[in-house]
Design a protein around this ligand. Structure first.
Ligand SMILES: [Zn+2]
Length: 297
């Protein structure tokens, strides 16, 4: 059971029709919205697709289905649950462009529509596995394709939104209720930081008085200097010094969540006073006030 990604060229987008949407950076995408297209297969398995020829034909149909939205596929991607268990993901507006799928979220969100009408049964026979495959594909976007903030804005009990969570609509249908199975953020990923964020951490540690980070240039990599400085910061605020989690130099390494929270709150929030205190909630213990130190200047 494979996940197959088809570009517009691969599914045969008609080039006589315009390409819609504006370019937008991957790191600005924070949400995933799930939809259904309401277009069904004309055999008994209405939400399941037989072969790539059917997929291509349906994608060309989607180019003109909502002329009010600009004669292009309105979704970022369209997902086809294939009878053999494959998940086929076709490029709609595309990952790098704004969509026309969810009012108010077309810049911040990737809109992924399942091809079918999920108010109708039967569901695809490999549906749960295909939902998991979509999660795996989203995880790859986050880890290797620059979508480092994807999923940071999400409902409390799931990692993706349903269209109907925020708008008065049936979309994505009454039977596409297994959205909690689309998982792409593991607990350890919550602490993952990209190079830009590491740079901010290092600059922040250097801005403290006395500074805890001495290395120049600030390279945005979690190496030995960063490790030492993070541990010193943790000692200063009274935490157990965990330092960098994961192997040094691994860009997927992160910081202990409470450390990151307090560092970001103290260094990157606008400061009015030289002396800064932050409140953090350490779970069952009541809120603790931690003195972070003086800011320079
Ligand atoms: Zn929708």
């Amino acid at each position: 059971m494979a996940t197959i990604e088809l570009s517009r060229r691969q599914w045969g987008a008609r080039s006589s029709l315009p390409r819609r949407g504006h370019l937008i950076g991957a790191a600005r995408r924070t949400e995933v919205f799930v939809h259904h297209t309401v277009i069904v297969d004309d055999d008994a398995s209405v939400n399941e697709w037989g072969d790539l020829a059917a997929v291509r034909a349906k994608m060309r149909q989607l180019q003109t289905i909502r002329p009010d939205l600009g004669k292009d596929v309105p979704y970022s991607m369209v997902a086809f649950c294939m009878a053999n268990g494959d998940l086929v993901l076709c490029e709609g507006r595309g990952l790098e462009r704004t969509g026309a799928h969810t009012i108010g979220h077309n810049r911040s969100a990737l809109g992924i529509a399942f091809q079918g009408n999920f108010d109708r049964r039967p569901l695809p026979s490999h549906f749960d596995a295909q939902l998991a495959s979509l999660g795996d594909w989203l995880r790859q976007l986050r880890r290797t394709r620059g979508f480092t903030r994807l999923g940071t804005v999400r409902p409390a009990d799931r990692q993706v939104w349903a269209h109907r969570d925020i708008q008065s609509t049936r979309c994505p249908g009454g039977h596409l209720y297994r959205l909690e199975r689309i998982r792409f953020i593991e607990e350890e990923d919550e602490n993952m930081m990209d190079e830009a964020t590491w740079k901010k951490v290092q600059i922040g540690l250097q801005a403290l008085d006395p500074p805890l980070y001495a290395a120049r240039p600030i390279d945005g990599q979690p190496g030995a200097n960063t490790h030492r400085a993070v541990r010193a910061f943790e000692r200063r605020v009274g935490f157990t010094p965990h330092g960098v989690m994961g192997p040094l130099g691994d860009p997927a390494s992160g910081m202990w969540p409470a450390t990151r929270e307090i560092l970001f709150a103290s260094v990157f929030a606008p400061l009015r006073d030289h002396e800064h205190e932050v409140e953090i909630d350490r779970g069952p213990t009541p809120v603790t006030r931690v003195r972070v130190g003086k800011m320079r200047g």
